[in-house]
Write a protein that binds this ligand. Structure first.
Ligand SMILES: NC(=O)C1=CN([C@@H]2O[C@H](COP(=O)(O)OP(=O)(O)OC[C@H]3O[C@@H](n4cnc5c(N)ncnc54)[C@H](OP(=O)(O)O)[C@@H]3O)[C@@H](O)[C@H]2O)C=CC1
Ligand SMILES: Cc1cn([C@H]2C[C@H](O)[C@@H](COP(=O)(O)OP(=O)(O)O[C@H]3O[C@@H](C)C(=O)[C@@H](O)[C@H]3O)O2)c(=O)[nH]c1=O
Length: 279
């Protein structure tokens, strides 16, 4: 068996991983939520590694509130950077491979084509900056790492863009949604599957990988498709060039995902197909 520690287990991705893992009989997942294993309690994290010596750690724990991070930067950095640095050190000390999740928001969004893993980063908000420092800490302290950058993650679990829009549309709320940001929505179950395949496959080269569903869209077109799928009036979704938010978002969030497709021999689904699975 491959013994895997899952941190942040009650979040969106953590929940999807727990629902998917039964399709991977060689993987034994020890799922810990934030109260069972708080990444900020460094002694308790070390005690876990000392006692259980997992083969892999999947870190699904993070501070993910993009706008609030502008006012709570200290908190965002402590979870997304300092706790991640400690986790990487523990993985190095106890010979554990780390799969860590990062974001399209490490880029400034000015590039005119999809972002490659090797492209220059340049976050334009506090959340993105905190996630980038987390990435750098892993690269500094641990060779045996996979950093999976993903974008626009959604599912039927908890509060995310898909569930929020679906709830509002079902109540007949008129929505104004931005057309000025481009990206690829990612079904969190697909990301969970890729993570589990990565663990199972074992010989994939360490480093940074991008993963999202394919075909670029906008938040507006994504929301229109949600409306179509749940069979509410699509005219409830109106386009807007600007939607005021505390944090700035990158204009281009599209990630090039060929590296992971080739490494895993995995055919990435397009975002509309992936979305239709959640109907
Ligand atoms: N959501 C998105 O659109 C995207 C997410 N990502 C990245 O993907 C990963 C998963 O995101 P997602 O599942 O959506 O996020 P969620 O916000 O749904 O889940 C994050 C989880 O982290 C937990 N957590 C927070 N602080 C700690 C801590 N100190 N110790 C342990 N756990 C903690 C939270 O627990 P609690 O609620 O109890 O605090 C929560 O369960 C994150 O790394 C995120 O940055 C990347 C791109 C897009
Ligand atoms: C609610 C709402 C948002 N918007 C805009 C605001 C923003 O520019 C865009 C996306 O909305 P949100 O704020 O919900 O999404 P946001 O929190 O920016 O989502 C991000 O989360 C983090 C964790 C990531 O890592 C990113 O990949 C990305 O998924 O849509 C509208 O245009 N109309 C609306 O009614």
């Amino acid at each position: 068996m491959i013994n895997v520690l899952l941190t942040g287990a009650n979040g969106q991705l953590g929940t999807c991983l727990q629902k998917k893992v039964n399709q991977f009989p060689k993987i034994s997942l020890d799922a810990k939520n934030s109260s069972e294993l708080n990444l900020l309690k460094f002694d308790e994290v070390e005690a876990y590694f000392q006692n259980y010596q997992p083969d892999f750690c999947v870190n699904a724990g993070a501070y993910t509130q993009v706008d609030l991070a502008e006012d709570e930067a200290k908190k965002a950095f402590s979870i997304n950077a300092e706790a991640v640095e400690h986790l990487a050190k523990m993985c190095a000390k106890y010979n554990c491979k780390l799969i860590h999740i990062s974001t399209d928001y490490v880029f400034d969004g000015k590039k005119k084509s999809p972002y490659l893993e090797t492209d220059l980063t340049g976050p334009i908000n506090a959340y993105g900056a905190s996630k980038l420092i987390g990435e750098k800490a892993i690269e500094t302290h641990l060779e045996a790492h996979y950093i999976l950058r993903t974008s626009w993650l959604y599912s039927d679990v908890g509060k995310n863009f898909f569930t929020s829009m679906k709830n509002l549309l079902n109540k007949g709320t008129q929505l104004k949604i931005v057309t000025s940001q481009k990206g690829c929505p990612t079904n969190a179950y697909h990301l969970a599957e890729v993570i589990l395949k990565l663990i199972e496959k074992a010989e994939v080269a360490y480093g940074i990988y991008h993963f999202s569903n394919s075909e670029a869209t906008t938040w507006y077109a994504f929301t229109k498709e949600i409306a179509r799928l749940i069979e509410v009036d699509e005219d409830l979704v109106l386009p807007t060039q600007h939607y005021p938010t505390k944090a700035e978002r990158p204009e281009n969030s599209v990630l090039s995902c060929a590296k992971i497709e080739n490494a895993l021999g995995y055919k990435i689904a397009d975002w509309k197909t992936a979305l239709s699975e959640l109907k």
